[in-house]
Design a protein around this ligand. Structure first.
Ligand SMILES: C[S@@+](CC[C@H](N)C(=O)[O-])C[C@H]1O[C@@H](n2cnc3c(N)ncnc32)[C@H](O)[C@@H]1O
Length: 295
């Protein structure tokens, strides 16, 4: 364990402060992958926990302003375990038993997310007759839900040819008011109009990509509109997740968007859910569902 772990475990906030202000890494983990944040939670040291989250966000913010994300734990750079977006788009996908998998058995989308997609859909389309945009079709869970909410127009951006083929096979191109835009959002986002509701959930992309999308949002969201995104950032570590949420909230705020997080209690996802999947990407007890508006 690091000095930061020891200071945290003994509830000594002055020592924690002293270590962090003299350059001790905020995100050090012990041999079990346990962070100081988790140590603070375990000991019930809420003030230390909040300080660690704020400090983590501050350091990451600074590193990102300096153009250095090499030390980032909240938003790790693509490594071999994380397929890059362009690589992902060239690999074959399979739909099987309520899952969408790539050829390395990475789960692109899974059925357990369905209840969250219902909530995201309601957040961006609270009334009928709206113009809505969904980025990333996957299993079409949020799109099924958006259809029930009777939007005026429903645009879906999807970049993977196998997913696009499935959308056409399932008749999405023939539904009233639905427009499929086949391509990477990066290439098409400014050619498709403005919206009342926008949802973003892609794959093989990282915080920098999400941030780049957020920078587009003020240009494509109507003043009274609502934006939401799949909040899977650092979804297996509660402390890194809180830091990532804090960073996203601050970045969105700089763009004039106010973010509210609604806490959704999650059932424990057992081993059977992740059987055969390369990486279990979610294990947190709370899902923090973001809605962003210009208020
Ligand atoms: C996690 S799934 C989306 C799941 C969807 N929210 C649902 O409810 O089923 C991600 C989708 O984003 C697509 N995608 C990945 N990168 C993309 C990009 N750069 N532009 C557009 N779509 C992309 C993937 O092919 C995949 O279909």
């Amino acid at each position: 364990a690091s000095l930061l772990h020891l200071a945290t475990a003994s509830g000594n906030i002055d020592a924690v402060r002293a270590l962090l202000t003299t350059g001790h890494p905020w995100n050090a983990v012990d041999a079990n992958g346990w962070s100081a944040g988790e140590e603070a939670r375990k000991g019930g040291f809420e003030e230390i926990y909040k300080f660690l989250v704020a400090e983590g966000a501050r350091v990451e913010f600074l590193l990102s302003a300096l153009g250095d994300d090499s030390a980032s734990a909240a938003a790790p750079a693509p490594a071999s375990a994380h397929p890059s977006n362009v690589g992902y788009l060239s690999r074959r996908l399979t739909y099987s038993e309520g899952k969408l998998l790539d050829s390395d058995n990475n789960a692109v989308m899974m059925g357990w997310e369905a209840p969250l997609m219902v909530l995201h859909a309601r957040a961006i389309a609270p009334t009928p007759g709206l113009d809505v945009l969904n980025v990333g079709f996957g299993l079409g869970l949020i799109d099924e839900e958006l259809q029930k909410l009777k939007p005026k127009t429903h645009t879906i951006i999807e970049a993977h040819p196998d997913v696009y083929a499935k959308m056409v096979a399932d008749g999405w191109d023939k539904k009233d008011g639905v427009r499929i835009v086949f391509g990477r959002w990066q290439d098409v986002i400014y050619d498709i109009g403005v919206f009342d509701g926008i949802f973003f959930d892609t794959f093989g992309e990282y915080y920098d990509d999400l941030k780049a999308f957020h920078e587009c949002v003020p240009n494509i969201l109507r003043e009274t509109g609502t934006y939401s995104y799949f909040n899977g950032l650092a979804g297996t570590n509660p402390f890194f997740h809180d830091v990532a949420c804090t960073i996203a909230e601050a970045d969105l705020s700089e763009l004039g968007l106010t973010t509210r997080f609604e806490d959704i209690e999650m059932d424990t996802l057992g081993d059977d859910v992740w059987k055969g999947i390369k990486r279990a990407y979610w294990s947190l007890p709370l899902y923090r569902l973001p809605t962003c508006t210009f208020e």
